[in-house]
Design a protein around this ligand. Structure first.
Ligand code: TYD
Length: 195
């Protein structure tokens, strides 16, 4: 099969994932690769519902988990799998590791969440975990004029961060120090994807 390259960027809110995802996309495009940059939750119906809930008060843990899974099934079917099959570079800003972290922080077992997801969602070639201390992450959320929403409360982020970092050491995982300038972090990311 003509398989593309599948890269996922994860980390708690405020670590710079979306900026780095688009910069990495540009870098691959400059090398002549076809690139798809996408994110979860998506702009589809399930993704919209969870995003709304972040502002208005959260869904029940069960509903929330179900909505994220439905959103991801659709994303895999409609965008991720076909793009990889066409040999493209696919870069995601969040994927099922966020479900392990955030719904894990709400009491579900992260390994069980992983198992459920890997039943239908392809494992990436590289998982980049942007690592920033929680206080700096919260400062960045504040600096962009946002007030921390329900997902972004301090204790919650501390637990999410722990779950993300528990993936360290697996073959396809690289933890990226995300302190410093955007350029510095972008350079660390490029080194981590150069195989
Ligand atoms: P976020 O990336 O912040 O989207 P946006 O910038 O468009 O608001 O995602 C919204 C929140 O959703 C974020 O705090 C993490 C949470 N989330 C989960 O709880 N589980 C998941 O599976 C995913 C993908 C995200």
């Amino acid at each position: 099969m003509n398989h593309g390259l599948f890269i996922v960027i994860e980390g708690i809110d405020g670590t710079g994932k979306s900026t780095q995802a688009s910069r990495l996309g540009e870098w691959f495009r400059a090398q002549g690769r076809e690139v798809v940059v996408s994110r979860e939750p998506t702009a589809g119906p399930w993704g919209k519902k969870v995003r709304e809930s972040a502002a208005s008060g959260r869904l029940s843990p069960e509903e929330e988990l179900e909505y994220f899974l439905n959103d991801r099934r659709q994303h895999v079917e409609e965008l991720i799998a076909p793009s990889l099959a066409a040999g493209k570079v696919v870069i995601l800003d969040r994927y099922y590791f966020s479900t392990m972290a955030y719904q894990g922080a709400r009491g579900f077992d992260p390994s069980e969440i992983r198992r459920q997801n890997e039943a239908f969602a392809p494992v990436p070639d590289r998982l980049l975990i942007l690592d920033l201390d929680v206080d700096s992450a919260l400062e960045r959320i504040g600096a962009r004029g946002d007030t921390a929403n329900e997902f972004e409360k301090r204790e919650n982020l501390v637990r999410c961060q722990e779950i993300f970092l528990s993936l360290r050491g697996e073959d396809f995982v690289r933890v990226i120090d995300s302190h410093g300038t955007l350029d510095e972090v972008a350079e660390r990311i490029r080194q981590a994807v150069a195989v």
